[in-house]
Design a protein around this ligand. Structure first.
Ligand SMILES: *Cc1c(COP(=O)(O)O)cnc(C)c1O
Length: 410
């Protein structure tokens, strides 16, 4: 008899986006003539940069010829892509890493979900609240999160509330935590940390021997000067942090699948008897066993992001989304709503008026304005009373959505 991993049974039954889809579908059944604008799911809409398309065509041709065919590649990725990452994403920011510290992945979700395998199940852990749900869910699956309590929180997770009072910037906890997930620029709040604010977290981690998993999936959307693009811009971070990046939102790779994870050589965790073990070695071993690399064609597409044309095309797409973000942000502000984010991230986090619940506001906005957002409470208990809108739609849809919301609120 195969016994199941019963931790899976503790996971909340339905997934946020399927609940949203159900509600939108029932609206459509009763209102077949009304069109709905979706500013809910965080998926991009702009096509891939032309430089990536051309690189993939060339790579396909190579695969068609015996002389240039590629079979299994290195599990940790091809040097041509790793070198482009080191040269473009890190060296200009004064961060020096070696090739073997970069692991090419099939996207950030897999690695953020899998990285916990390197650590014992009984480490203490913390997440900011609200946040991308993968951090909690992947830890629930291995038993590290404990049990769900009546207040909607997991018994072994320390929640770091992000709310209006603290400007959505959590302060470092008073107690120590073994494993901590940070995501900046943040999904869903769209807020990010300045150099000083991120330094406070690195210092906390160094003082408390905490491992930080830093999800930088939205790094490319940063517009302000004093906002670090990498946690390694902070002194000492190589000793305490893993950084995870993705080409999904940066370059429209959500359907193509590529990202990377940085595990510095200096980064260690302890054995039960107190010896220190390099996590780079463990992650390398894990990837060699369970991952056979991102496809050659995809890695060539990712490499093309770093060419002069690729950079220009990526910038154009990001500028397109950030113009949407500014439009939504300003439009809703003028409508009298309190809004956050949208400056260094493609997300707008809005406070529901008069303390209305997230799901209540969601339904009202759907039925009155025919606009779909994501209820904030879906990202954690502190998201109650908020709604996330994404800037990933078309400009025309964003204009129309803002006009409809304003009309509805007036
Ligand atoms: C979209 C997203 C990811 C997932 O990216 P993939 O590379 O597509 O797996 C990771 N982290 C955050 C915070 C995201 O919003």
């Amino acid at each position: 008899m195969a016994l199941v991993n019963e931790h899976f049974l503790k996971l909340p039954g339905s997934y946020l986006f399927s609940d949203i889809a159900k509600k939108v579908n029932s609206f459509k059944v009763t209102h077949p003539k009304d069109d709905v604008i979706r500013l809910g799911i965080g998926d991009v809409t702009r096509p891939l940069p032309q430089a990536c398309i051309e690189a993939m065509h060339r790579a396909v041709q190579e695969m068609a010829d015996e002389a240039t065919f590629h079979g299994y590649g290195p599990e940790q990725g091809y040097d041509f892509l790793i070198d482009a990452i080191l040269k473009n994403d890190y060296e200009p920011r004064g961060v020096h890493l070696s090739r073997s510290e970069i692991f090419i992945s099939d996207g950030a979700k897999s690695d953020t979900g899998n990285i916990g395998e390197l650590l014992r199940w009984d480490n203490s852990m913390g997440i900011t609240d609200p946040v991308y749900p993968v951090y909690a869910d992947s830890n629930i699956m291995c038993g590290r999160a404990g049990v769900l309590e009546e207040n909607g929180r997991w018994s072994n997770i320390t929640y770091l509330p992000c709310n209006e009072q603290n400007g959505f910037i959590p302060s470092v906890p008073e107690s120590r935590i073994d494993l901590l997930y940070l995501c900046y620029p943040n999904n869903p709040t769209g807020v990010t940390l300045t150099h000083e604010q991120l330094k406070a977290w690195v210092d906390y981690a160094l003082d408390n021997d905490t491992l930080i998993v830093f999800d930088a999936a939205y790094e490319a959307f940063i517009t302000e000067e004093n906002v670090p693009h990498s946690i390694y811009e902070i002194k000492g971070a190589k000793k305490c942090a893993i950084e995870i990046r993705s080409y999904s939102k940066t370059a429209g790779f959500t359907g193509l699948r590529c990202g990377y994870t940085v595990v510095p050589k200096e980064l260690t965790a302890a054995t039960f008897s107190g010896d220190r073990v390099a996590l780079n070695k463990l992650w390398h071993r894990r990837q060699c066993t369970k991952f056979n690399g991102t496809s050659y064609i995809t890695q060539r597409a990712a490499e093309a992001i770093y060419t002069p044309e690729g950079k220009k095309q990526v910038r154009e797409n990001i500028d397109y989304y950030m113009r949407n973000a500014a439009l939504i942000r300003e439009g809703l502000q003028q409508a009298g709503l309190k809004v956050y984010g949208g400056v260094n991230a493609p997300y707008i986090w809005l406070k529901t008026p008069e303390g209305m619940g997230s799901w209540h506001f969601f339904e009202q906005m759907l039925y009155e304005a025919h606009v779909v957002g994501t209820p904030g409470v879906g990202f954690g208990p502190s998201g109650e009373g908020y709604m996330r809108l994404t800037a990933f739609g078309t400009y025309e849809d964003c204009v129309e959505a803002v006009a409809r919301i304003r009309k509805w609120l007036e």
